[in-house]
Design a protein around this ligand. Structure first.
Ligand code: PXP
Length: 239
């Protein structure tokens, strides 16, 4: 089974655009769970421009499904939050402070010592660690060396080529990366730009995916189809 972790940051973006508490992100997390999400993903950024650190605390208190916190482990504030909350999983991304969204994976060779140290801090606390990587075989080997439990394949390139009609070419590097991660005993997540057009094909090609983390497209679809319906459609694409 491939788990669907719903990234609800966009609820916070909408809320923050007007002040107040509409939409309520805590309610969004409860609803996502009730509508069938297997997990909730939160990505607090240092400037708290969407999910705030305190949202993470509130959401952790009420959800029973898996919690995945994504973020940049360069920030001590982020590390402290994750160690306090103890989510099921932390996904480490090499984002810069002011980045609009994650746009590259880790260089696991260049940052070998850094990642080894950071990952061990979370693992000592019993938190599963996933690291965001491009589908480059050396980076996957490096992920195993630095001690990650899982990798999250950065799927933007797949989504772009898929949309251009090059389905098989789009998925090929991801399939090779997924096969290697399996050989190395790494769990496998995927995320970024996954949507209702490309998700089913990805899942059918890489059947052993553990989890996908989806935000933007699912929330956009919810505007037209409703949140519950959208979650159900994404779940169906993963069957
Ligand atoms: N995975 C990571 C590491 C991300 O940074 C994001 C975006 O916040 C996602 C997955 C989800 O991407 P999308 O919003 O395009 O579904």
């Amino acid at each position: 089974m491939t788990k669907l972790s719903v990234n609800i940051n966009k609820f916070a973006t909408l809320r923050n655009s007007r002040g107040g508490n509409n939409p309520d992100v805590v309610k969004a997390a409860i609803d996502a769970q009730q509508f069938g999400a297997d997990g909730i993903t939160l990505h607090p950024r240092p400037d708290e421009r969407h999910i705030r650190y305190d949202d993470v605390r509130q959401i952790k208190k009420i959800i029973t499904t898996e919690l995945n916190i994504e973020g940049n482990c360069d920030e001590q504030k982020f590390i402290d939050l994750v160690l306090e909350i103890k989510p099921n999983q932390v996904t480490l991304v090499p984002d810069n402070q002011d980045q609009l969204t994650s746009d590259h994976g880790w260089d696991t060779i260049k940052h070998k010592n850094y990642l080894t140290e950071k990952i061990s801090v979370f693992k000592k606390s019993g938190i599963r660690v996933s690291i965001f990587v491009d589908p480059i075989l050396e980076m996957i080997e490096g992920a195993a060396i630095v001690g990650a439990d899982r990798i999250e394949l950065y799927t933007e390139a797949f989504a772009k080529e898929f949309a251009a009609g090059e389905k098989q070419k789009a998925v090929e590097p991801y399939l090779k990366a997924a096969q290697l991660s399996k050989q190395l005993g790494l769990g496998l997540n995927a995320g970024h730009d996954l949507d209702l057009s490309n998700l089913k094909f990805l899942k059918q090609t890489i059947t052993w995916l553990d989890e996908v983390s989806i935000g933007h497209a699912l929330i956009c679809d919810s505007l037209y189809l409703g949140f519950e319906n959208s979650i159900q459609l994404y779940k169906r694409a993963l069957q």
